[in-house]
Design a protein around this ligand. Structure first.
Ligand code: RB5
Length: 142
């Protein structure tokens, strides 16, 4: 189950992500926002972050205008490793190296084509399980 959250700046791109997940048969839980009306990104970041840390969802995807505010907010929740990615290399590397559990993107930064490739890499790339990466992740939480 993938937790989804966005603000008004990420709303349109999130609709593309939702259609893509449906095409792929991937289950999701949408924490909003549900329209283009102006709203506050920390609320959606926190809802998605807690769904992940509570174990309700295995990963999350967050989208605001830049991806910056919503990733900063999500990363305040202990246990969350939210990665702001606007390229495929970073999306793959953050799963392999950081075991990122939330992908953040900016709806005003990337087009849907690239964003959906980034989503696929984020969802399909396993954590490397390398000792050095485990050690570094543990140091983040310390
Ligand atoms: C909203 O205008 C915008 O500030 C927000 O979507 C995001 O980019 C914040 O980091």
């Amino acid at each position: 189950m993938i937790a989804l959250g966005c603000d008004h700046g990420g709303y349109e791109l999130m609709q593309e992500v939702i259609m893509h997940l449906e095409k792929r048969g991937i289950e999701y839980k949408n924490f909003g926002t549900y329209s283009k009306e102006s709203c506050d990104y920390p609320e959606f970041a926190q809802a998605v972050a807690h769904a992940v840390t509570d174990g309700v969802c295995e990963k999350g995807i967050l989208i605001c205008g830049t991806g910056i505010g919503i990733s900063i907010a999500a990363n305040k929740v202990p246990g969350i490793r939210a990665a702001l990615c606007h390229d495929c290399f970073s999306a793959k590397a953050t799963r392999e190296h950081n075991n990122a559990n939330i992908l953040a993107m900016g709806g005003r930064v990337v087009g849907a084509g690239l964003a959906l490739d980034i989503v696929d890499l984020f969802l399909d790339t396993p954590f490397s399980e390398d000792e050095r990466h485990i050690r570094r992740i543990e140091k983040i939480e310390a």
